[in-house]
Ligand binder design. Sequence first.
Ligand SMILES: Nc1ncnc2c1ncn2[C@@H]1O[C@H](COP(=O)(O)OP(=O)(O)OP(=O)(O)O)[C@@H](O)[C@H]1O
Length: 587
Amino acid sequence: MGRHRDAPAPAATVRIGADIVRRSPLQLAAALLLAVVSAAGTLAVPLIVKDVIDAFARDASITWPVTLMAGAAFGAALASAGSGYLLARLGEFMILRLRGRIMDHTLRLPVNTVRAQGAGNLVARITSDAMLLRAVIDVGVVQLPLATLTVVSTLVIMAVLDWLLVLITIASFAVAGVAIGVVLIRVKRNVIDQQAAIGGLAQRFTAHLAALATIKAYRSEGRSAAQLGEDAQELTGTSLTGARLQSLISPVMGLGQQIALVSVIIGGGVRIAHGELSTPDFAAFLLYLLQLVSPVTMVATGVGRLQAGLAAKARFNELLALPQETDDAVLGVTAPEPLPGEAAVSFDDVAYSYAGPGGPPTLDRLSFTAPRTGLTALVGPSGAGKSTALALIDRFMHADAGRIRLLGHDVRAWPLPELRRRITYVDQQFTLLEGSVRENLQLGRGRPAADHDLAEALDAVGLREDVDALPDGLDTVLGRENDLSGGQRQRLALARALLTDADVVLLDEPTSQLDSINEKRFRHVVDDLAATRAVLVVAHRLSTVRHADHVVMVTAGALTDSGTHDDLMERCEPYRELVTSQTVVGT
Ligand SMILES: Nc1ncnc2c1ncn2[C@@H]1O[C@H](COP(=O)(O)OP(=O)(O)OP(=O)(O)O)[C@@H](O)[C@H]1O
């Protein structure tokens, strides 16, 4: 079997180095070159200082060495600025690509996976984790290798000046190095904890904001704030551990430098007294020693930041490793043609558990069919699995057992985009996207619809006047300042369904969003839709059920009975009970 049609590219991982080398080799080369020039300029200065002191001693002119020294220092600063900017640019573009990739990947994950991860947690990946990863470019690609190179070259020059003093220097820094090594190992673990805590806090804050009206209605602002405060405190605890670890690096390095400085001054004094070292060489050596601290500290802190970036990278890789929605259709198989004479939707012994195969069943060998045209109402007690059945048709999840067919073919045999083109799904919340009314109406359409088609659809659901009254009409952006009522949202979602050419409309009816006028309109629109295609509605209203051509009653995930409303009233006791107990509401 070939690779699945909509399956993700295999081994999707973040590859920072390869990404930059492949995409921006020239910029990377320029950044590296400028960094090397800057390091060389910085390294040259003490040697030139030596020449200046020599010139003084010989009473020669210092104009040339001073000019050279100024040129080297200035050139080094300029090259360093250029290299820094180019690196920042490379980093920003790498993050741009990564953010795009993560967002695209996340949108292609199964709905349940995204729900389990949590919206806030996922948002933290493209904000906070991305910032950490950005440091890998600054530090890992150029600064760290260059700082290491600078340290090594400085030590070589220092060794040429005096090999014994270099050994003293290395020994002094080695003591500090061991201590820092221990700290750095703990830094990575801490960063992983911190990022998880940031994701958790973002997730819970997002969830509280989504439930804001309910929180206010139950006067729970204080309680929510206290809960969030606890999460924030946990994050602070982890961050403080990180701060403690990070704050050790510079002082330990400073300590190493102090030890080196004192040892070198004593050792150098002895060597000068014995005539084994000249004063200009000693001056240059001391300057190199002072210069050494900066790249050595950069190596230490750089490794720390690199560890943090690598921790973020690991979190990105975890997310990228989550499998996208897959398709069982074999590559090369074109979208099947609907089979004439077959039902629009059929369930054969379908089983599904949210806990995975073998878990407590939500659907338990459910079988029913919905004809190619007409209204099929799915009814049953709350929690019976009706919405789950709709979600399985659109393949938001996969059945654990049994077979679901759309237009005669197993839903898994349809390439996912084609399957979803054939279906219009209107969820219980009538979810609208943050975007204009026009964008919301045209969701899923290949070609933009003409204004008069949009107006016609809005007319059909009785929403035209409401939309005309919005500040920018069809172009009013919904979601923040402008929003619609529950009933208006429902009608907009229905108008959206009218504008598609789907063969099957799945409608999860809420219990009470419509007044009686709009309910009639709703029925009218559903009738219109059902005249040419299959409409499956999870029905809570008796009026919808009565109106249906076909009623399927589901109890505890299994079929109780199916037929017309009158048939079921006559022969199906649980159905009669459902209707008379007003579990199915309305007139
Ligand atoms: N995302 C989910 N994760 C775990 N369990 C879920 C999830 N969604 C629904 N369930 C469970 O599956 C069962 C069936 O839910 P479903 O929403 O399909 O019922 P329903 O018949 O549509 O109910 P209602 O008429 O109240 O809308 C319920 O027991 C519910 O708790």
